[in-house]
Design a protein around this ligand. Sequence first.
Ligand code: PLP
Length: 451
Amino acid sequence: MSTLAPPKRPEIKTALPGPNAKQIIEADQQFVTPSYPRPSFKLVAERAEGVWVEDVDGNIFLDCNAGVAVCSTGHCHPEVVRAIQEQAAQLIHMCGTDYYYRHMPDLARKLDEITPVPRPTRTHFANSGTEAVETALKLAMHATGRERFIAFFNSFHGRTLGSLSLTSSRVAQRRGFRRQALDVTHVPYAYCARCPFNLGRCADGSCCLGGLDWIENRLFKTTLPPEECAAIVVECVQGEGGYVPAPREFLQGLRRICDEHGILLIVDEVQSGMGRTGKMFASDHYDLKPDIICIAKGIASGLPLGVCVARADLMDWKPGAHASTFGGNPVAIAAALKTIELLERELVKNSHEVGEYLQQGLRKLMGKHDCIGEVRGLGLMVGVEFVEDRVSMKPAPELRDRIEHESFDRGLILLGAGQNTIRWSPPLVITRENIDVALEIFDEAIAAADA
Ligand code: PLP
């Protein structure tokens, strides 16, 4: 791919996967764990720039997934690449759990400034989303002396043993692991398009009181004494569950319940954070103040970094309570600081503006395709739900998979989420012109798949 003139459209030159891709997939199938949940289409990436990804056969794709909502500043943003290269030439690793370097307090100070957790805060550094969640769980147990949790159906918080106890978006994630490590009670999420309480749609958000009522009047009075609950863990916009934004009243109601019972509110912004929703954090849309927030994915433009930011009075555990050899590696932090600079300079704004444009375009497609049940989202975190028809709203998971595949065959990278949703999570550098091309391809793909 030329570094001088980015393409305007995808360029697909071979059957997919192409001959070089096939070889790599074969080797992968022989030597790599089969547990990765790969979709039916097969992308073998070689290099990427901005919103464009080139595969090993020279095919060029328009990326509207960003490595699952990670490459926030676009692939290989030149300023991020420079920050990584300069840092790598100076100090790659020192182990921040035993030694000091300036990067850790620099990023922790910045997170204290930008996260919605009430200040003062403290930050623990790890390498991934699941580790950020593990930190939050351990901290909540440590700070409250309690060990039970509330989480939500369709949530995804990771796959290590603690976070897996919260995760509930697909049974495949649980199958074979039997008893879970932590005591977690799951509650229906406020998924308005498919109201779990059959309360139907409402304009004022009052239906989401169903979940709150479930916690207060069912759980707390039967199986879960509130004084035993350490934390409620929630995504403001469910990610893997299908890009479902919660209503404001639901999240504010959780905050109230927590305050009334000395329960901590852990907000998992691993997918929704770092400008993805058109504000720095999804919590900002709701004026929500978490006690603890988990961040990963978009924070370092593709370098592994997961952080847990908590109220300083909570994160007052003693040396040895929790640490990580690689967490907060100087190179990852250099990438994060540059990422945040770019987000603040222009990309959060772009996410908001181009996200609105994308949603408008997708809503227009609803006029043409009765199989689009709902378009929903915030900023550049947009879900398109596919149904048999808009009257029955019966989920159409196979159609969704075919559309994902037809899009890929035309050079557009999109990924499913939940049972029947396609998620749009492009790099936040995406332009209106890119969106026009993507929507044109998506329209064709839907028509082809739904023929
Ligand atoms: N939390 C949320 C909301 C996520 O979306 C994810 C990953 O998709 C995780 C946690 C786990 O992150 P990781 O895959 O980096 O462990």
